[in-house]
Design a protein around this ligand. Structure first.
Ligand SMILES: Nc1ncnc2c1ncn2[C@@H]1O[C@H](COP(=O)(O)OP(=O)(O)OP(=O)(O)O)[C@@H](O)[C@H]1O
Length: 284
């Protein structure tokens, strides 16, 4: 469980990026962290991983403070940075050196994940392509069996089959004690995989909601005419008509479109706030 209380953080004390951010994330969830370039996604993940420290407020992960970087905490969390760095070692040597830091590391799973992601286990890391290095890091991170996995743009550089394999792996390793947070711009990679969405912009939290809650509050559909009275968060002309994201006043069932949701929330944060602060929607 991750508790963020009144977090303030800035790269300079004079200019804060996050001011009094509050967020409570439960184990057992896969969280998608979305935001425009420079919105503060990586910064938030680094604060959670303990590589950046809050100026004010606190972050606790299962009761521990990341900034203290205690070994007993670090063995419970894995952070995959956006840019992968790998040393000039073979995979076997890397595993021998770094797996002992993670008491729940599962060697069989590691080699199985590498096979599933089609990374040759006999490789030397610095001779792998960028995408292969990324897949190696994902396989290693998942095999560490940590309670929390923070991933910054994990699917960046992955080919199409690897993206599908990545989604399958995430689904297979999830359990109620684990919390996975994935920051990405590749929203299609997240569809059907995440159960909670967090959207940040300029250090502000614009949305934190479960997929179920979002499809309760919002309706994603294509219409020929937009009803005049509807609160429309986003609309886009498509070949089939007007694709809209609107308030779900009739309790309709629809399928979340993450890209449209993101655009709507970022373009109309005030309207989104009003819709999500309503406690009840009508049932059909
Ligand atoms: N080391 C740094 N020193 C000073 N400012 C920084 C530093 N790293 C990031 N920033 C600034 O903090 C803000 C948030 O950056 P961050 O990398 O967290 O955004 P992001 O949402 O991850 O962006 P992207 O999607 O482009 O990766 C940006 O305005 C960025 O310029």
């Amino acid at each position: 469980m991750i508790e963020i209380e009144n977090l303030s953080f800035g790269y300079s004390r004079k200019k804060l990026l996050y001011k009094n951010l509050n967020l409570s994330l439960k184990s057992g969830g896969v969280y998608g962290l979305l935001g425009k370039n420079g919105a503060g996604k990586s910064t938030l993940l680094k604060n959670m991983a303990g590589t950046l420290f809050p100026v004010n407020g606190s972050i606790t992960i299962n009761g521990r403070h990341p900034y203290k970087r205690q070994p007993s905490f670090l063995e419970t969390i894995y952070y995959i940075a956006e840019d992968v760095y790998v040393p000039p070692l073979t995979i076997k040597k890397y595993q021998n050196l770094f797996a002992p830091f993670y008491p729940k590391f599962n060697i069989d799973s590691f080699y199985q994940y590498l096979r599933e992601l089609e990374v040759d286990a006999d490789s030397k890391l610095n001779r792998l392509s960028f995408g292969q290095q990324k897949k190696f890091v994902i396989a290693f991170a998942l095999a560490c069996n940590t309670d929390v996995i923070l991933m910054d743009e994990p699917t960046n550089g992955l080919d199409i089959p690897s993206k599908s394999q990545f989604r399958k792996l995430i689904a297979s390793v999830m359990n109620e004690d684990r919390l996975i947070m994935i920051s990405t711009h590749q929203v299609r990679d997240l569809e059907n995989m995440i159960d909670n969405i967090i959207i940040v912009d300029s250090g502000n939290l614009l949305l934190h909601a479960s997929v179920g809650n979002i499809t309760d509050k919002l309706c994603f559909k294509t219409v020929t005419e937009i009803p005049e009275s509807a609160r429309v968060l986003y609309k886009e002309r498509t070949l089939q008509g007007n694709a809209v994201v609107m308030e779900n006043t009739l309790g309709e069932d629809s399928k979340l479109n993450l890209e449209f949701l993101f655009n709507g929330i970022v373009e109309n944060p005030e309207m989104a706030k009003q819709i999500f602060s309503t406690t009840q929607t009508l049932s059909a």
